[in-house]
Write a protein that binds this ligand. Structure first.
Ligand code: UDP
Length: 370
């Protein structure tokens, strides 16, 4: 062991993966330094107060999990409210409940019982002739039928991913539940909520007592920073780490147009998805409803999805076959990189939810912090 090194771990990225690992490492007596190129901690779950409202600066984040260990872990750093995600879909002025449930089926077809809804879906599935769904379109039609696919999935998905539904992997649409009950809860999770006071505060609590250097770009100063610690936990984009030498992985980026409105209630819900192809934004978030706000004003963000290019913030990995193959090659390089561990949505190029990021960091702690 090189005793000159000041820290056991240099953690690159103060998002959820980095903050979780840092917290456990410190608790296990390790010396850790967390760096982040942004001027703030919390990565893409960063929230900022505007007009007394916690604004989800990098897109809406609703914490939900079935993992009791993860739930207990986050509850150690924040109190969670009872927010339940129930987005509304707006298709050319027609409003539908999400996820797909009896309210959606009733509005779409006039059916009133689960049996009628099932029959309708089955009819549409049969006439499409799909047995083994090969892509998102086939998967969607076999789950909910052609009408719902056309009005609530096709346009939204093509805007969100910038690709035809026939070119996207089926698993993306399987994130959404289909229910023959009148349950508007978007997630099939036992535990759900928003940290009272915002995610930034929660991450700050995770990082309490830990040295954090902001505005510090690891890749720009890698040689010097590497000298500081025995090991590096890298949570940035894996292809960026290797200077894109095998080519760039594809990501989707998101742009937000945020407005303060001098009215107390703009859309009556935290999220409204615009599922037609023509509306240029994918959804509008009204941030106050995540915390049942009673402020006199409101803050809304229109969300626009775009193809990532160098210099943009990457948000979503495009987990199709082509990128999967390229990622495998990067992973091989990563495995050869001594003393560096890659983690998180960008480090593992995986469409992780927050709870999965935490679970994966806690898993790493088991082997790393023995
Ligand atoms: N989706 C859709 N219509 C909607 C909402 C979602 O077709 O109104 C599809 C779309 O392909 C999207 C996927 O379901 O990428 C997953 O949606 P989710 O809400 O989980 O995405 P996230 O919140 O991570 O952006």
């Amino acid at each position: 062991m090189n005793t000159l090194r000041k820290y056991d771990y240099l953690i690159v990225g103060a998002g959820l993966f980095g903050a979780t690992f840092a917290n456990r490492a410190k608790a296990n007596g390790k010396k850790v330094l967390v760096i982040d190129k942004r001027p703030n901690v919390a990565g893409n779950i960063y929230t900022e107060e505007v007009e007394g409202i916690n604004v989800h600066k990098y897109g809406a984040h609703i914490f939900h999990t079935n993992n009791k260990d993860v739930w207990q872990f986050v509850n150690g750093f924040a109190e969670f409210n009872r927010f339940t995600n129930s987005p509304v879909a707006n298709y050319k002025g027609e409003l539908y409940s999400l996820p797909f449930n009896m309210y959606t089926f009733n509005k779409m077809w006039g059916v009133t019982t689960p049996e009628q809804a099932e029959k309708k879906i089955e009819e549409q599935r049969k006439s499409a002739g799909i047995t083994e769904p090969q892509n998102l379109e086939e998967q969607a039609i076999s789950l909910v039928g052609k009408d719902i696919y056309e009005k609530l999935i096709k346009g939204y998905t093509e805007k969100q991913w910038g690709r035809a539904c026939t070119e996207l992997p089926p698993f993306i649409i399987k994130r959404l539940p289909v229910r023959l009950t009148f349950d508007n809860n978007y997630f099939n999770a036992l535990y759900q909520g928003i940290p009272v006071g915002g995610y930034t505060k929660m991450v700050e609590n995770m990082l309490e007592g830990i040295e954090v250097r902001l505005n510090t770009d690891y890749l720009a100063d890698k040689k010097e920073l590497d000298k500081l610690a025995e090991k590096v936990i890298y949570t940035g984009a894996i292809d960026a780490y290797f200077d894109y030498k095998l080519g760039a992985l594809e990501y989707r980026s998101v742009r937000f147009e945020t407005e303060v409105l001098d009215i107390p209630n703009f859309q009556g819900n935290a999220a409204v998805n615009y599922t037609d192809r023509e509306t240029p934004w994918t959804r509008i978030i009204e941030h106050k409803w995540f915390e049942f706000g009673t402020q006199p004003k409101t803050v809304i963000s229109r969300e626009y999805s775009s193809e990532w290019k160098k210099g943009d913030e990457p948000y979503y990995p495009v987990n199709d076959e082509k990128n999967g193959e390229l990622f495998k090659e990067y992973k091989k390089l990563a495995e050869k990189e001594r003393g560096v561990i890659f983690g998180g949505r960008l480090g593992e190029y995986k469409y992780y939810d927050m709870d999965q990021v935490i679970a994966s960091a806690l898993e790493l702690c088991k082997t790393e912090l023995k």
